[in-house]
Design a protein around this ligand. Sequence first.
Ligand SMILES: [Zn+2]
Length: 222
Amino acid sequence: MSAANTHPVVLRTNTVKRGRSTQTIVHSAIDIKTWLARIPSVDEVRPGQCPRCTAASRPVGQGLQIWGHGLRDRQSRGPLEALGDPVEVTLRVRRYLCRPCQALIVVVPLGVIAGRLFAAAAIGLALVLFGVEGLALAKVRQRVSPWQRVGATAHGSWLGLRRWVRAIRAGRLFVSVRRSPAHHSARQVAERAAMTLAALAPPSLAAAKIAERVFAGAARAR
Ligand SMILES: [Zn+2]
């Protein structure tokens, strides 16, 4: 058994204040679909070190420093595959407690974004459909959101996508995407973001459709 396969790859950590305690989110290398099929064991996704105090999980000659601290439910929205139907799923994410610094560490699947209900891949898919394929907002929503009932006033506008475009403009979402000039339209911002995310897809998808590349790239994006 290689250690590389049992420890999560820390792609991104976020620290969130919850009441008096601070929790840090760590991303595993396991994607949402795989995680749903089988929740990884406490050992499989135990962080190799604490993201806050950098204590090693298993220091040589000492006891375990990062303890399993149970499971927690977390909603995730969007399709599980680029061409799949949008769904809302409940992920059972793993929590750990760092004994030296008492940090609460939450390990989530690849492509779960702290503070957002939609998965990164779903947001990426919305950006490519809107910005590259030029679909109408209502069509984009059909492909990405599990909530299909849209009131009459919501036609032609989808707040979710508008919020994501605004967050990208402000550098709060997909920070690896180069900032767009202020005069760029929402579709232009979405297009630029989609092209950046497509480039992050694994090489095995080089010949795949752009929507599939963006879907895979978004889950890996910073
Ligand atoms: Zn610690």
